[in-house]
Design a protein around this ligand. Structure first.
Ligand code: SAM
Length: 359
């Protein structure tokens, strides 16, 4: 499973249960902080129309893959250009694209320089150990090739999203980290020694296993801003609940998604991330952001996930949400994702608030 703080893959049944109780089995549901897009996918498979968004570029790609790709893309333009793909039947084309990327000559590029033990970071910091040098070189060659295809317009947005989605899912298991990209281990751990191999998560038949009906939309941006253009029967909100910004914790995934080479700052090599700062990580700003979403969105029901050790207590949230309508709270116990070094306890209370907006 994708190790992402707050990933709700294991809780989708709880969320779907409440959605169904509130709006029945049909309608439009917005998932405006969609992260890995696991809830979006579950909603789609259940037959809802889904509107997904997030501030992070990688989330945008995960949501495109989970909501908008119904069948294996045909890579038509790329096939005209890359001779290796020409004789491959359409149903095997994506795997052939992955093979092509996996067999590129490794290069010493940005990931090698900034994120591997043999690299020399531009800011003069000691080499960073996010990946083995061998894996970093392979990641570099793959990102370079994808950037070339994108610059030459040889792949469309869905094809780009699918490849980036798979690069991210394949990179995570060989990253030398304890859960997030906030820090790297000072020695290379065993799992990071494995060779990085790009895996096609979408093999031939997987698309047909999903419920592909429905009308879905994906945006990238701040929920506070998108709220005014979203109309839904229910809006699911799964905000960050701690101070640490996602843009800092997952900076390397964002760099893979964007395919750029930003200045890597400090010991950890963070990309500039102020443009993806979340007010939900600030006790001072969180209330105003919730207010903006509730007041701007054309939506009668809000379902909000929160954790017992979040920045605001359940009572504080109830007080805030009550400004907008009737609030009910359901609590359940949840075995959470923890980074390996975390001292946090394993089981916590997870909250689901339902706010029925006053008209
Ligand atoms: C708890 S995670 C969501 C996890 C998601 N439900 C899943 O299952 O993967 C919170 C997400 O909120 C996003 N986020 C934070 N502030 C935001 C904002 N103001 N607007 C939109 N997305 C935001 C973060 O980038 C992060 O992906």
């Amino acid at each position: 499973m994708y190790r992402y703080i707050g990933n709700k893959t294991k809780l989708t049944h709880e969320i779907l249960n409440d959605v169904k109780k509130i709006i029945g089995s049909k309608g439009t549901v917005a998932d405006i902080m969609c992260g890995t897009a696991s809830v979006s996918l579950a909603l789609k498979n259940e037959g809802y129309n889904v509107i997904a968004s997030d501030i992070m570029t990688y989330s945008y790609y995960h949501a495109i893959v989970n909501l908008l790709i119904d069948e294996q893309p045909d890579f038509a333009k790329l096939t005209q250009k890359e001779s290796l793909l020409k004789s491959v039947p359409r149903e095997l084309r994506y795997e052939a694209v992955i093979d092509l990327l996996n067999t590129l000559e490794p290069i010493e590029g940005y990931f090698f320089k900034e994120f591997s033990p043999e690299g020399k970071p531009a800011n003069g910091e000691a080499p960073r150990m996010y990946f083995t040098s061998k894996n970093a070189k392979k990641i570099d060659s793959i990102i370079k090739k994808i950037n070339e295809w994108d610059a030459e317009n040889l792949i469309n947005e869905k094809e780009l999203a699918l490849i980036k989605h798979d690069v991210i899912l394949s990179v995570n298991p060989v990253a030398n980290i304890s859960g997030t990209y906030g820090h790297f281990h000072s020695n290379i751990v065993k799992s990071a020694l494995d060779n990085f191999v790009l895996e096609p998560s979408y093999k031939q038949n997987l698309f047909s296993q999903q419920n592909n009906a429905g009308d879905h939309t994906v945006y990238k941006g701040y929920a506070e801003e998108l709220a005014s253009i979203i109309k839904a029967d229910l809006c699911y909100i799964d905000p960050p609940y701690m101070k640490r910004q996602y843009a800092a914790n997952y900076h390397i995934l964002e760099t893979i998604a964007r395919g750029d080479e930003p200045e890597a700052a400090g010991v950890s090599g963070l990309r500039p991330w102020r443009d993806q700062y979340s007010n939900f990580c600030s006790k001072v700003k969180i209330r105003d952001s919730f207010r903006q979403i509730f007041s701007k969105m054309d939506c009668p029901n809000f379902l909000i996930s929160y954790s017992e050790d979040g920045l605001l207590s359940a009572d504080e949230l109830i007080e805030l949400f009550s400004e907008f309508g009737e609030v009910s709270l359901r609590k359940f116990t949840y075995k959470r994702f923890r980074s390996n070094k975390s001292k946090l306890k394993n089981e916590i209370n997870e909250y689901l608030f339902w706010v029925r907006k006053k008209s």
